[in-house]
Design a protein around this ligand. Structure first.
Ligand SMILES: [Zn+2]
Length: 441
């Protein structure tokens, strides 16, 4: 995934430690010169995929939020679920989320923010992939679960402590960013202090932006301006600002993003479900960097970036009635190098280049859904299933071989998932058909 879409039909990659030392069609030294020689004959090698928007602690809430409007989803479904999590369930949730991501080729992801970052951090550390973590912070808004809304200073202090505990930990696989949930639940003061602290610490800010029309209405009511225009007047829109969804934006607001170098995370499945269809090709035409994301399990319900590539390639063609919109090479870039740029991590990940981290996936096209391979890039975007992804290396270490994830005991995890999810279901009263109806409102 370099700028020229260079393809080596008979390539080799030499890895030393966590880095790619050499790539291309070079001669191998005698076998005993290497610790391991892996024959990837017939496989397609790509940089590990990047998922720019994930809610690791929502993984155990899969299926709780189907077929309802966004605000019902948030207030009646997700907040009760999230307020019944703890450190341990967040760990189990994160581990399951990482397992699903590894199996769909993701070596790096960005978390939008959960309550128990220690549990999330332990999960990522064990899974062996890279993650940008964040805490979910809110200081205003109606109906927030008790204890969630805190004064600005306390929220900044909490996050700074998390930063000190987790940033650059696990061999620098873990980073910590600052999270803002949405304009519904974040005050002007919190937004300003968050951006200032993120700048001081040299990291980014992750925020859901312009998700539904009601969000812009609320912002106009409270601040006199739509979300994007208001964020602009606060001076927080910048190249370390990652805006999620960005569905309800007009041309002028897209222009503002382009001018300020704001990065965008496109989550097509979750957008189609409750939000609408964002103007992604229009943003890319203005050189806005756009990465792909799955969003959380109860919004999608699949945490599979391969499916998001396929969806991205389709929905904009449909919306614009233009079969040339969103070509496969653009989509592949979104899932790799542009995802890395969206996370300001492109100096180390997102493409297979000498000096970058060895984050690599091995794709086996020998399957009914991928053969024949006339056009490799088209097949990767529109024909590949996650099952085609056979092996994964992250930071030079094996994470998955022949679809077996080496860092996680799957059977044991499934047992724990059922146990913990059952406990949460009990707590929120989602356990009998009657209650189910009531829960559905
Ligand atoms: Zn989200």
């Amino acid at each position: 995934m370099d700028d020229d879409y260079k393809i080596f039909p008979r390539g080799k990659i030499f890895i030393e430690g966590s880095e790619i030392k050499k790539i291309g069609d070079f001669d191998l030294l005698p076998e005993d010169h290497y610790d391991e020689v892996f024959d990837a004959d017939g496989l397609i090698i790509l940089p590990g995929l990047v998922n720019t928007h994930v809610h690791t602690s929502q993984q155990l809430g899969r299926g709780l939020g189907d077929d309802v409007p966004l605000l019902t989803w948030l207030i009646d479904r997700i907040w009760p679920y999230e307020s019944n999590l703890n450190e341990h369930s967040s760990f189990i949730s994160t581990l399951l989320c990482c397992l699903e991501m590894v199996k769909s080729g993701v070596t790096t992801f960005a978390e939008a923010g959960g309550q128990y970052v220690d549990g999330m951090g332990r999960g990522v550390k064990q899974a062996g992939i890279k993650g940008i973590l964040a805490q979910s912070v809110m200081d205003i808004g109606e109906g927030l679960p008790s204890g969630w809304s805190k004064p600005v200073e306390a929220l900044i202090e909490d996050q700074t402590e998390i930063f000190n505990n987790w940033h650059n930990k696990a061999g620098e696989r873990i980073k910590v960013w600052f999270g803002l949930r949405t304009i519904f639940n974040n005050s002007q003061e919190l937004i300003l202090r968050t951006k200032q602290t993120a700048d001081d610490l040299g990291v980014g800010v992750h925020m859901h932006v312009a998700e539904i029309p009601e969000e812009n209405q609320k912002s106009i009511e409270r601040n006199g301006l739509s979300t994007v225009r208001f964020l602009k007047t606060l001076g927080v829109l910048d190249s370390n600002f990652l805006a999620i969804h960005c569905v309800w934006m007009d041309e002028e607001e897209i222009e503002i993003f382009a001018e300020k170098g704001v990065k965008v995370s496109h989550n097509p499945a979750s957008a189609l479900r409750v939000l609408g269809s964002p103007k992604i090709p229009e943003m890319m035409e203005k050189d806005i960097v756009v990465g792909l994301g799955t969003d959380g399990a109860p919004t999608n319900n699949r945490m599979n970036i391969v499916d998001e590539m396929w969806l991205t390639s389709l929905i904009h063609k449909g919306r614009l009635r233009n079969p040339t919109a969103m070509p496969a090479e653009d989509v592949l870039k979104m899932a790799t190098i542009n995802g890395a740029k969206a996370l300001n991590w492109e100096n180390e990940i997102g493409s297979l280049v000498e000096g970058k981290k060895a984050d690599i996936i091995f794709i086996d096209p020998d399957s009914p859904n991928m053969l024949p391979v006339h056009d490799i890039i088209a097949n990767l975007v529109t024909a590949m299933n996650s099952e085609n992804i056979k092996h994964m290396i992250c930071d030079g270490s094996w994470v998955m071989k022949d679809r077996e994830v080496l860092t996680i005991d799957e059977e044991n995890l499934y047992k724990e998932v059922k146990e913990v999810a059952g406990f949460i279901r009990e707590k929120i009263g989602y356990h009998s058909p009657d209650r189910f109806k009531k829960f559905k409102g």
